[in-house]
Design a protein around this ligand. Sequence first.
Ligand code: MN
Length: 292
Amino acid sequence: MTARNPIGVHALVWVGGTRPDEIAEAVRRTRAAGFDLLELSLHEMEVLDVAETRRALQDAGLQVACSRGLAFDADVSSDDPEVVARGAAILQDSLEVVAGLGGSVLTGALYSALGKYGRPLTSAGRANVVAVLRDLAREAAGRDVTLGLEICNRYETNVINTARDALRLADDIGEDNVMIHLDTYHMNIEESDFVTPVLEVGDRLGYVHIGENHRGYLGSGSIDFPAFFHALATIGFDGPITFESFSSAVVSPTLSNDLAVWRSLWTDGDDLARRAHQFIETHLAAAASISA
Ligand code: MN
């Protein structure tokens, strides 16, 4: 690996929301734990003070990435035009926030609600995803923002569950600023292994979430991280690698329920995050030592 990957942390390791006091705390602790990037969920973007957050991030020398899913009553994968329009409006507002924060990444389940669907995606619903995300991508390009398609497991979406699903969707959207976002937690449920999807995605990989199979301490579960980091080294991935971990110790009134965060997997976010940063750096260096 030639360039150094920015290493990020999801704000839900620190705080449940994005009010100014919560942002200040997340920024302080992200920096103290040695990360380069803070990922903010836009689930409650109405309470986010965009100008103040931008200033706080800049003062701390942190990059930002934004993520979100949609909701069942505002879902661009629906067959109902009104539901699709509500989803599209939320994505437009989210793009405004990303640009206002000075960010260049909007990723997540931009293509559906974050939750268990009771039936497969319809062809009309998929066509709506393609049309909405194509328009959004064209607008995002003018603001130097890249859209990520985060591949999520079957209990959180019915639109894209595997790397191949995501590549097909990105092909159909057909815009250069749409990239693929892999997450080891979801890969563990849906993919055959931790190498093949990375090689299939190749230079279209734009963002990575590192999470254990239970989303607790890295190294305390069953994910084959050496294989995954070797695969990243093989494709020369130099994009952001963001640690994602959730515990009932830190609760967002909305996002925690969407993500089914019922268990307490840790209580000390500072210890968790410090060790995660070290874990990611160690695996990057180990993989680089072989591929060099
Ligand atoms: Mn994720």
